[in-house]
Design a protein around this ligand. Structure first.
Ligand code: AMP
Ligand code: GLY
Length: 427
């Protein structure tokens, strides 16, 4: 029997807790720090997820025999290496392997070494370095902070004005702190974006599904980037031809690369792709599930989520069978108006009590005196799960309307791109 400590506090972690809470092989499930949603299906614990010693003390006192890490920061902080030494099972890539996400340039150099398709890139440290590339790359030109920047470290420059303000942000004003002490300056690829999620055990892997995020805050992909305003899975663009190319040109070589470097890759691998002229190029790797992508990926998995996690740790992915529901899932993020900049917190949320049969994941929520309140920019994730994409979209928006809180804001076009794609291809 497992006593599990799950780390994180977003919609992704609520969806993981939801999958685990259905498992008969779990005796106790703790979530640190969790949110109002996880408090209903697990025990929320107030712990600092970047303090390994504090986590270890809790784990020892509570007979924790499996730790599951949701977000990337603890991975960068070396939590896997730490608990491996303590002989407590933990899920995810070690600190070295996590550099695929925590250092964009580490990822770019390793992809270059293993001939993995990607945009042209240049390591820059100063304004002069960047300016010297302006004529060669032309506009649009992409500036990417090397380190973690909460999904906001990429600036696409369409002209000199954008470029100057990006240089100000990244170099002069240090808006991203040390994350932009090195910058990957990149060719801007054009095409359709798509994400592919695989579970890896160091040598073997299984693709779980494809998905598409909606990163910009407003409809039609307008406005600033956010952590993600909605997602759907699977992405119809990900057909069997593209799948073979992703496996052959990207997944197999990157797993070989990490293994050659003495740090075999274990955990979820999130591959952000641009599809240009039917060819996949890597925009970025992430070393965890996406948020809000997890909220559509997880409800589509029929198999035990615990078994998937254990097979990654134990190295038995090749013999694992992952059953999926033959459906589409769509999630819409209900946000507090003003996110990702300034927004209000502490708004009372109503309407959820009549929706207990629906899939609704909490993101920024907490309970105060038994009253459900918003506590973040992304507040709730409603999910529609249906045999066809249009029905899933209709369902998710009917749920979005039934939940009430002041300043509620959500995008109205989640999934529309996939509908257009399906119509164009008569599917
Ligand atoms: P990331 O945080 O790396 O996912 O980047 C945020 C967004 O910037 C991506 O979802 C893409 O839309 C865009 N992007 C990043 N790098 C590139 C690139 N080299 N070419 C085109 N678009 C890019
Ligand atoms: N939704 C994007 C991410 O999780 O990185």
């Amino acid at each position: 029997m497992y006593n599990i400590l799950l780390l994180g506090s977003g919609g992704r972690e609520h969806s993981i807790a939801w999958a685990l809470s259905k498992d008969k092989n779990i005796e106790n499930l703790y979530c640190a720090p969790g949110n109002a949603g996880t408090s209903l299906i697990s025990k929320n614990i107030s712990l600092d997820i970047l303090n390994n010693q504090e986590l270890y003390d809790f784990a020892k006192d509570n007979n924790i025999n499996l730790i599951i890490v949701g977000p990337e920061q603890p991975l960068e902080n070396g939590i896997i290496d730490y608990f491996n030494k303590k002989n407590i099972k933990i899920f995810g890539p070690n600190k070295y392997a996590a550099q695929l996400e925590t250092s964009k340039l580490f990822a770019r150099y390793i992809m270059e070494e293993y001939n993995i398709p990607q945009p042209a890139f240049f390591e820059c440290k100063s304004e002069e370095d960047i300016m010297s590339l302006r004529n060669q790359l032309g506009f649009p030109m992409v500036l990417k902070a090397d380190g973690l920047a909460a999904g906001k470290g990429v600036i696409i420059c369409n002209n000199n004005k954008d470029l100057n303000s990006a240089i100000d942000d990244m170099i002069s004003n240090k808006k991203f702190g040390v994350a932009s002490s090195k910058i990957s300056v990149e060719e801007c690829l054009k095409g359709e974006e798509l994400s592919v999620f695989a579970i890896c055990d160091g040598e073997g892997y299984k693709i779980i599904n494809s998905a598409q995020d909606h990163k910009r805050v407003y409809d039609d992909d307008k406005g600033p980037n956010t952590g993600g305003m909605g997602a759907y899975a699977p992405a119809p663009l990900f057909d069997s031809k593209l799948r073979s190319k992703v496996e052959k040109n990207i997944i197999k070589p990157i797993l070989k690369a990490m293994s050659d470097k003495g740090n075999p890759y274990k955990g979820f691998l999130y591959i952000g792709l641009m599809i240009q002229d039917d060819e996949p190029y890597v925009i970025e790797f992430n070393v965890r599930l996406g948020d809000p992508e997890a909220q559509v990926l997880i409800p589509l998995i029929k198999s035990s989520f615990l078994d998937i996690v254990l097979s990654s740790i134990d190295g038995s992915i090749n013999s694992l069978k992952i059953d999926m529901h033959d459906s589409y899932a769509v999630t819409v993020v209900l946000a507090s108006n003003g996110y990702p900049e300034s927004y209000k917190k502490g708004m009372k949320i109503t309407g959820l009590d009549k929706l207990n049969k629906e899939i609704i994941f909490h993101a920024g929520t907490n309970y105060k005196n038994n009253i459900l309140l918003s506590s973040g920019g992304r507040v709730l994730n409603v999910v529609g799960l249906k045999k066809n994409l249009k029905s899933a979209i209709n369902h998710v928006y009917s749920l979005a309307e039934k939940i009430k809180f002041d300043n509620k804001y959500y995008r109205k076009d989640i999934g529309n791109k996939a509908i257009k794609y399906l119509e164009k291809n008569n599917r």
